[in-house]
Each structure stands twice: as structure tokens, then as C-alpha cells.
Design a protein around this ligand. Structure first.
Ligand code: DSN
Length: 414
């Protein structure tokens, strides 16, 4: 939906946006952390709210002129609490990484012990990985998956927790295709006197739509982004038990951030309203059904899936048996109109920038209305590309077929 206002001032940027829009229409977008926000969500981000400063919280602001921003933020908070059944919601984090940092700032002191899932096993940078502030400011202990079945090793989690007595345990992942047993994490946290943070950035939409168990009843704090399976604008959110509300709010503002992005807050409110509809529950279930169908088709073609399949929105494929590095596969797939990302697999022997795997997800293509038949076609295309990543004619033919499939399933919001 091109804006004439942008073209009038800056045709160069208008052209680039138009080309990106065409790209999003014409390709199969399989990066599991991406989606298509609705036209309503995108429209809310492009409003006059971008002009306002609202440091503070509804009813307690530092600047005047807040009658509408207060109402907008309160609606977003109320909808987040209702959708997830949370005592308290903070909708101001700029995205997932600052949301997690705010949680650490609220609950930990520098040097305290933080336990999270290792990045190469599917965790996230902000869960204590050594190159990040979370890895540098805290005494980090990392758990991972079992070599035998690639499931989170809860025995290891319990053993490490007993040995190291972390103040905070983080569960949640960026590249883990299975259900996370939040209740088991909560039990371990309780046993060792730790607090539990569940980072549901990837699966928030599945949780909201009832397609993945919710951590809200058992975790002290839940963090998320708003733009992945939840299908909102780029943003973050923290849900927590009432007893942590003050500390979380203080850590977000003034602890870590300045004024909230009110245009994003409005778009978050819109997305939360959309996510509360029965349609969204159907969407969340379809995301998982599609991921399972794609997994089955790929396994039928001899692909090795980390953990042997999926329970959620993503698939992690180890391409070692195909003798094609992840990056080569991802680049060839993009030439065929199928966009994913190269990804490390657990116990990878290759480097993170040139890993053994690829990560595929179904949130965006499911938002286009694609279903089981399209997943089978997609699995066949992926197999053909990985079998012949240098065959330019084949890649061009598949790209044309992908474009014609995309025309049958219009991209929402574009
Ligand atoms: N970059 C996100 C992802 O792709 O999973 C996580 O922050």
C-alpha cells in the first residue's frame, strides 16, 4: 500500500519500499520470526502518534497532552492482560531484546547467576550468550538439548540449577521446534529458589491462539515480541505476576528506555484485538498443522529434522546428510523464491555464519491462507532446490511457480 506522501518527498525510498512490498508478495516467506501484519496494524504505526512523547505510564506522565495516549496504552495493557490472563502487562519495550534486558534489570544485580538456553542449541542471544550484555553482566550458566533426541535436557537443567543456584532461569527459544514444558521449568525454579522468565517471543501467537501451552500461570515473568506469530507491529511486551509489576515498570522506564513509541503501542493494541478473535485461534492451529505437514513432506524426501519433527511453527533441518551447507541452501532457495535462514543445529561442527542447517517457519505463509496441499508442494520444491542448488534453470522455473502460487494467496496488508 504505497504512500503518495513518501513518493512526493523521496522517490528513492518510495521505490525501495515498493520493491520490498513486491518481494513480500512474490516469495514464500519462511523465516519463522516474520509474518504479515494486517493493514490495520500497519496503518496504526503510520499515524500522528509518532509525534508524541509520553514518558511514564497512563495517568502518571511527565509531559502534558496525554489524554489520548493514556487511553491507547491502557487499552493495550488491558487487552494484553485479558488475552494472556496476566496480572500485569508492560507494553512499552521497544522489542524483545530490550524487554529481556529490562527483566534482568528488574530482577537481578550485576554478577548474579542467570541461567538460559545456549544459543547454538536453539536459545536466544539475550539468554546469556557471551557476546551480549546478558552474557557479560551476569554469571551465566547455559543448558541445552540432549544429543540423542534434541529435546531440552530437563535433567541437565535441574542438575545445573541445583549446582549453580541461579537467581533467574530463562526458558524459551528461537530455534527449538518442540513444546516447552513450562511447568517443569517452574518446578525446578521453585526447588532452587529461582525466579522463572519465559520468553515466548516466537510462540506468543500460538499461546494466544491456544496452540501451545501458556507459561503465564507458572512463570514469574513472561516476555515477548509482538511481531512474530502474534502478528503485530515491531515491538515488545512484558507480562508478570502482580508482585513484580512495580519492579518491571521501573526497569523499563526510567531504567532502560525513554518515551514509549506510542504509534507502536496503538498498533500493539490493534494486534491484540485481532488475536482475541476466534479466527486467530484457527490461524494459530493452522500454523502448527502446516509446519507438521511440511515436516512430513521433507522427511519423506530424506531430510533430517532436528528432534525428528515439530510441535510448533518452525522446523530446523540439518543438511549434513545432503552435503549442502545451510548458507548455500538458503541462497539457492531464495533464488527459487523461498526465503528462509541458514541456522546452526545442535552440536554443529560448522561455524555460526556458515552453519549446517536451515530454519523454516509457517507463520507468514499461513497468514496468506496456505494449507496442507501448499505445504506438500513447498516440501517438493525445497527438496528439488537442495538436490541441485546450482541449477539456475531449475531455480528460475521454481521461482515462477512460486510467484503463481503467491498470486492465488494474496499477502494480507499489502
Ligand atoms: N531474530 C529473531 C529470530 O529470527 O528468531 C530472534 O530475535
Amino acid at each position: 500500500m504505497e504512500s503518495n506522501a513518501i513518493r512526493a518527498i523521496d522517490p528513492e525510498i518510495a521505490d525501495l519500499i515498493a520493491q520490498e512490498e513486491r518481494r513480500q508478495r512474490d516469495v514464500l516467506r519462511l523465516i519463522p520470526s516474520e509474518n504479515y501484519a494486517s493493514a490495520a496494524v500497519m496503518a496504526a504505526t503510520g499515524t500522528c502518534l509518532t509525534n508524541k512523547y509520553s514518558e511514564g505510564y497512563p495517568g502518571k506522565r511527565y509531559y502534558q497532552g496525554q489524554q489520548y495516549c493514556d487511553a491507547i496504552e491502557q487499552l493495550a495493557i488491558d487487552r494484553a492482560r485479558a488475552l494472556f490472563g496476566a496480572d500485569h502487562a508492560n507494553v512499552q519495550p521497544y522489542s524483545g531484546s530490550p524487554a529481556n534486558l529490562a527483566v534482568y534489570f528488574a530482577l537481578l544485580n550485576a554478577g548474579d547467576t542467570l541461567m538460559g538456553m545456549a544459543l547454538p542449541h536453539g536459545g536466544h542471544l539475550t539468554h546469556g550468550w557471551n557476546v551480549t550484555i546478558s552474557g557479560k553482566f551476569y554469571d551465566v550458566v547455559q543448558y541445552g538439548v540432549r544429543p540423542t533426541d534434541h529435546r531440552i535436557d530437563l535433567d541437565q537443567v535441574a542438575r545445573l540449577a541445583r549446582e549453580r543456584r541461579p537467581k533467574l532461569i530463562v526458558c524459551g527459544a528461537s530455534a527449538y521446534p518442540r513444546i516447552i514444558d513450562f511447568a517443569a521449568f517452574a518446578e525446578i525454579a521453585r526447588e532452587v529458589g529461582a525466579l522463572l522468565l519465559a520468553d515466548i517471543a516466537h510462540i506468543a501467537g500460538l499461546v494466544a491462539g491456544g496452540a501451545h501451552p501458556s507459561p503465564v500461570p507458572v512463570a514469574d515473568v513472561v516476555s515477548t515480541t509482538t511481531h512474530k506469530t502474534l502478528r503485530g507491529p515491531r515491538g515488545g511486551m512484558i507480562l508478570c505476576k502482580a508482585e513484580h509489576a512495580k519492579a518491571i515498570d521501573r526497569a523499563v522506564f526510567p531504567g532502560l528506555q525513554g518515551g514509549p513509541h506510542d504509534h507502536t503501542t496503538a498498533a500493539v493494541a490493534v494486534a491484540l484485538k485481532e488475536a482475541a478473535s476466534p479466527d486467530f485461534g484457527r490461524y494459530a492451529r493452522a500454523v502448527v498443522e502446516n509446519a507438521k505437514a511440511l515436516a512430513e513432506r521433507l522427511m519423506h524426501h530424506g531430510f533430517e529434522l532436528v528432534s525428528g519433527g515439530t510441535d510448533n511453527h518452525l522446523l530446523l533441518i540439518d543438511l549434513s546428510n545432503k552435503q549442502v551447507p545451510g548458507k548455500v541452501a538458503a541462497q539457492a532457495l531464495e533464488r527459487a523464491g523461498i526465503v528462509c535462514n541458514a541456522n546452526s543445529v545442535p552440536f554443529d561442527t560448522r561455524k555460526p555464519f556458515d552453519p549446517s542447517g536451515i530454519r523454516l517457519g509457517t507463520p507468514a505463509i499461513t497468514s496468506r491462507g496456505m494449507g496442507i496441499d501448499e505445504m506438500r508442494r513447498l516440501g517438493d520444491w525445497v527438496a528439488a532446490v537442495v538436490a541441485a542448488p546450482d541449477d539456475a534453470a531449475l531455480l528460475a522455473r521454481i521461482a515462477a511457480e512460486v510467484r503463481s502460487l503467491c498470486e492465488q494467496f494474496p499477502a494480507p496488508g499489502l
